[in-house]
Design a protein around this ligand. Sequence first.
Ligand SMILES: Cc1ncc(COP(=O)(O)O)c(C=O)c1O
Length: 374
Amino acid sequence: MSLFDVYPLFDVTPVTANDVYLYDDKGTQYLDLYGGHAVISIGHSHPVYVNALTSQLQKIGFYSNAVQNPIQTKLADRLEAVSGCKNYDLFMCSSGAEANENALKLASFHTNKATVIAFENSFHGRTSACVAATDNPKIVAPINAQQQVRFLPLGDLNLVEITLKSEPICAIIIECIQGVGGLDESITEFYKGLELLCQKYNTVLIADEVQSGFGRTGDFFAFQKHGITPHIISMAKGMGNGFPVGGILIHPSIKASYGLLGTTFGGNHLASTATLAVLDVLESENLMKNAKEMSAYFMEKAKSIPQLKQLKGRGLMLGLEFDFPVAALRKKLLFDHFLFTGSSKNPNLIRILPPLTIKKEHIDLFFKALAQKL
Ligand SMILES: Cc1ncc(COP(=O)(O)O)c(C=O)c1O
């Protein structure tokens, strides 16, 4: 049987990994500045994570959400403490798309409305409502296109209000820093304005933190820089450091009832254990502080690259924009210098999404290689 051929693959076969490094089947070491698409938060195969998952697996790996799961309850408490998001409820699932799908569904249940506002260049996942809220017609099938979504330019508060006035909107979904779209972010006034407009028009504000959450920007969530309080916060990627975990945090103004949401795998014993281990290491190793410090170092080093048009993003969610397509350059970095980097919808932009454990010496390696290849 063949694999359904949807991924253009690099000819590299990682077989082991440790912290910021991957090792292939020939023993070659690669520096991971991509984190498997912003997933590796606390570093590959972190011993705390490996030990926690191994010992949990020896006790019980899975049971469904039909029984008490104290690990999930403990996780909710720890998440509240580490994120600083007080009084939210936690609902767990297994991926970013699923988190946003549940967020949008909940917004629709809560407001009894159906249309969504999303922003140009957004990416929210590939399932029904969230792919419809993703600004990429190539991945929206006719079955998804039935959803009602209005795409507005990022930053245009006036157009948001005109749209809210003209039709019933259940949710505004936004990535505070766009990931796949290419690291664009608006100003605090815009995010605060969205919060106020959502209150005025009984609309749910959804912060998609699937990529930017769990410390990646140096804050626990990217929206926190703007001092807003979203109704729903969606999470995945760094949450499980590779274990498929997703979830939403739900503001107390949105009430639960039995059967409203549900999933077989979400929040199971292994998934909750993986996320608890991530939180432990984020705290014990001060990784959000490290993200901020390494980000500042990266930005300083970037000044030595005259060909750089713009440096975008914050924390360890960064983009280097050039005035030429970067696909060939990324290939050279990978095959000549053994450096993994990320791409985006913007063909001229290299994305940098390393484990939050990265050190100055790794950033030095990257800039040395980049200078040689430019
Ligand atoms: C901001 C954002 N939301 C949602 C998703 C979808 O997550 P998943 O691929 O886990 O379904 C992604 C994935 O890249 C993302 O970057």
